[in-house]
Design a protein around this ligand. Structure first.
Ligand code: TYM
Length: 348
């Protein structure tokens, strides 16, 4: 049987990249799961603390993220849906894994390297680069590994930008297995599960305003992303204003036509079809035509989840009940792993 695990940070309403790159796959995996498979989806509040957060906003974002997960179709009776920070087994396992994690591996994480580069751009001397960054940013991927390994997960549906973190998770599982052998390997090596949009050459949904970078929650330009809560009018306006190019006709060419190709990726992902086939349908059409179809497809995709979210987000008692039950199930489930881990390392 499979054990599926994934997580998302409660840093605001998810955008189309989160949805097409990861969340939609959670729902698909839930639908296609066998009865003996287990699925766990976590709102990772501890990861969010690696960047400064306003406490009141974080609390609200955490609750909204739970409402989003339910709104897109994750069934809390089928899957375990929970707040990471409700289960201290994650931080305990994180500490244990920290003690077998080579520093060099963490230094090679591209997320860490880009943080360092950003602090360098901020004008600091190279020796003080690291002192401007908090230790949580550095050990972030170890906590992510703990999230996955606490349940001995076998499948992890994430966007392409999380693939390196999953590689580290596999490395740490392997180091643990070899260090604490008996009687059988403790952890399966979890597999990366990608979506359609991650199979397209661009691998991810890109910013609508700067199609050389990914669509992200942290960009200051809100026109660069479509939120799950955007209305049809917002969606239309943002897609219409998306940066493309002035080349005649539509072709899929992520290197020289990133903006146009990103719209094709979105359209293909919305209909679960192959991007080169979608591109062929627009060969002799213009950007206006493509943009109008993309806006319609995105609206069609998001209108159900959006309405559900608006309904569920106000059901505070229901949300609190789901969170409490999820926490209980997650704790019980991870306790099996942690009990065994403690025994193996000599802390039982
Ligand atoms: P987070 O919260 O940044 O993103 C959630 C998911 O959305 C995917 N994603 C994208 N996919 C395609 N195009 C984009 N532009 C795009 N932007 C984001 C991400 O790949 C991710 O799957 N570290 C994780 C959360 C995490 C986690 C875990 C995931 C913590 N522990 C354990 C899996 C397993 C993160 O920051 O995701």
């Amino acid at each position: 049987p499979r054990v599926v695990f994934s997580g998302i940070q409660p840093t605001g309403i998810p955008h189309l990249g989160n949805y097409l790159g990861a969340l939609s796959n959670w729902v698909k995996l839930q639908k296609s799961s066998a009865p003996e498979d287990e699925l766990l989806f976590s709102i990772v509040g501890w990861h969010a603390l690696t960047l400064p957060q306003d406490p009141a906003a974080l609390l609200a974002a955490r609750r909204d993220m739970l409402a989003v997960i339910l709104a897109i179709g994750i069934d809390p009776n089928r899957s375990i849906v929970f707040h990471q920070d409700h289960n201290p087994n994650h931080t305990e396992l994180c500490w244990i894994l920290n003690c077998i994690t080579p520093m060099g591996k963490l230094r090679r994480m591209t997320t860490w390297k880009s943080r360092l580069a950003a602090s360098r751009n901020a004008g600091s001397e190279s020796e003080v680069d690291e002192s401007l960054l908090n230790a949580g940013l550095f050990t972030y991927p170890v906590l992510q590994a703990a999230d996955v390994l606490a349940y001995r997960a076998t499948h992890v549906p994430v966007g392409e930008d999380q693939q390196q973190h999953l590689e580290l998770t596999r490395d740490l599982a392997d180091i643990f297995n070899r260090t604490f052998k008996a009687p059988s390997p403790m952890f399966p090596l979890p597999l990366y599960v990608s979506t359609k949009c991650a199979q397209a050459p661009s691998k991810r949904i890109l910013s609508l305003k700067d199609p050389t970078s990914k669509m992200s929650k942290s960009s200051p330009d809100i026109q660069s992303r479509i939120l799950l809560t955007d209305t049809a009018a917002h969606i239309k306006a943002k897609i219409r204003a998306a940066v493309t190019d002035s080349i005649q006709g539509i072709t899929y060419d992520p290197v020289s036509r990133p903006g146009t190709s990103n719209l094709l990726t979105i359209l293909a992902a919305c209909s679960d079809s192959d991007v080169t086939e979608v591109a062929r349908l627009y060969e002799n059409k213009g950007h206006g035509h493509l943009k109008s179809d993309v806006a319609d497809a995105v609206e069609e995709l998001l209108k159900g989840p959006r309405a559900e979210f608006e309904r569920i987000r106000h059901e505070t008692q229901y949300l609190a009940d789901v969170a409490a039950r999820g926490a209980e199930r997650a704790r019980l489930r991870s306790e099996e792993t942690l009990g065994e881990v403690r025994k193996r390392i000599g802390l039982a």
